[in-house]
Design a protein. Structure first.
Length: 415
């Protein structure tokens, strides 16, 4: 059974810098948080005409400048067919040479010490479909049942003619053919307009600015489970309303402007506490145990501790209970903090093999609820559980650090 989902958008403040805070609640529990500076939105999803500054043959990569001083990483291994607009050397046989001007989209934000990543495989996401400029095939969400996958494949295959690729999202389940065709027509028109613009624009031109992160998050919510959209800001209300009219008219009646001055939105839905919890290293469990979550440069480590439990005859039974609660909470914290890359979980050691297998099965089930791809790899010989989560946006801690140029977290969390 799908949980009841509410989507909230408000403002947060760090010293004098305002940010936009969005939150997804599932059955009244905050599952996801995102912060974006109000004045300096993310580059993620933007499309530019960039210039190749230098090549890294040993990495099969190039470094592309999309704005003066803004260098990005382009993987020729992952994207071997760059969209070259202005060739520096007409007779060059290499995919790229220094000085080439190419059409690129920011596919990953700067993460820790890494440059942002760009690609020539342009993506145009809709509520139900994603159009891609390369990889001209039809993909169907693996989360859909086989019968629905077959329906969508039969419906969409005739439109994939080799000029673009198409992905049917999980949200496409049960959507009428006319609705899918209308969205596909909008996505194709956007793609065509970008290609036309690129022919006449100069280097470093921004051809398409991505929508704000809170609108991208709203679009990803499963269509049948969204019960309400709330904001306490009239400008944000107008922005969301305009987006819904264009992309999700069926959800217009779910949008509400929150106007209770006695009980602010952030207090009513405990957003301040959720943000504080998402930035703390220690997370307490109801059983009395706790998690210690420590992101490092290479990976994130989650340590499960017994906490207030002092032992007893039913020690293994208690360890099993704490570990199961820890598995559920760890899956939630990965979403709440937007942690990515390699993640190691050090659960409390359990003697029975069946208890360990049960724990892995439980964790795998919780990870399947995550809209961002997360893969449970295995349990190592040292009883460490290894998993990976796809990298895209910055973690919640990095988003908060960026707001206000690295102020400490105790500085005015919310306005």
């Amino acid at each position: 059974m799908e949980p009841k989902r509410q989507f909230l958008v408000t403002h947060c403040k760090k010293r004098e810098q305002l940010g936009i805070l969005s939150a997804l609640l599932e059955d009244d529990t905050v599952m996801e948080l995102s912060i974006e500076p109000k004045e300096t939105p993310s580059l993620l999803g933007n499309i530019y005409i960039g210039k190749v500054q230098n090549l890294a043959p040993q990495l099969e990569a190039a470094f592309v400048e999309i704005l003066p001083g803004q260098i990005c990483y382009y993987s020729l291994q992952e994207d071997p067919k760059p969209l070259v607009l202005n060739r520096r050397h007409k007779d060059a046989k290499k995919p790229l040479v220094e000085g080439d001007e190419i059409l690129v989209q920011v596919s990953r934000e700067a993460l820790k010490s890494k440059f942002p990543a760009v690609t020539s495989n342009l993506n145009f996401p809709g509520k139900y479909l994603v159009l891609t400029s390369q990889h001209a095939t039809l993909g169907i969400s693996s989360k859909l049942p086989q019968e629905e996958r077959n329906r969508l494949r039969e419906l969409l295959a005739p439109f994939v003619d080799g000029s673009f690729g198409l992905i049917a999202r999980t949200n496409a389940a049960g959507v009428e053919a006319s609705v899918l065709r209308a969205e596909l027509a909008r996505l194709k028109e956007t793609y065509t307009q970008i290609l036309e613009k690129a022919k006449s624009r100069t280097c470093y031109s921004l051809l398409s600015r991505t929508e704000p992160a809170f609108l991208s998050s709203l679009r990803q919510i499963p269509k049948d489970s969204l019960s309400g959209i709330l904001t306490d800001d009239k400008k944000l209300y107008d922005d969301i309303q305009a987006y819904l009219r264009d992309a999700q008219p069926e959800d217009l009646n779910k949008l509400t402007l929150y106007q209770d001055r006695l009980l602010p939105l952030t207090k009513c839905y405990s957003l301040e506490k959720a943000l504080e919890d998402g930035l703390r290293e220690r997370v307490w469990l109801k059983s009395g145990g706790y998690l210690v979550i420590q992101p490092t440069e290479a990976l994130t480590v989650v340590d499960v501790n017994t906490g207030k439990y002092e032992g007893g005859k039913k020690k293994q039974q208690t360890f099993r209970k704490i570990n199961q609660e820890a598995a559920r909470e760890t899956a939630r914290q990965l979403r709440l903090r937007n942690l990515s890359g390699i993640i190691l979980i050090d659960f409390i050691d359990m003697e029975k093999k069946e208890d360990r297998l049960e724990l892995l099965e439980l964790l795998a089930g919780e990870l399947k609820k995550d809209p961002i791809k997360a893969v449970l790899v295995d349990m190592t010989k040292l009883n460490l559980v290894e998993l990976t989560r796809k990298k895209a946006r910055k973690s919640l801690a990095e988003q908060w650090e960026d707001l206000g140029n690295g102020c400490k977290t105790q500085d005015s969390l919310l306005k």
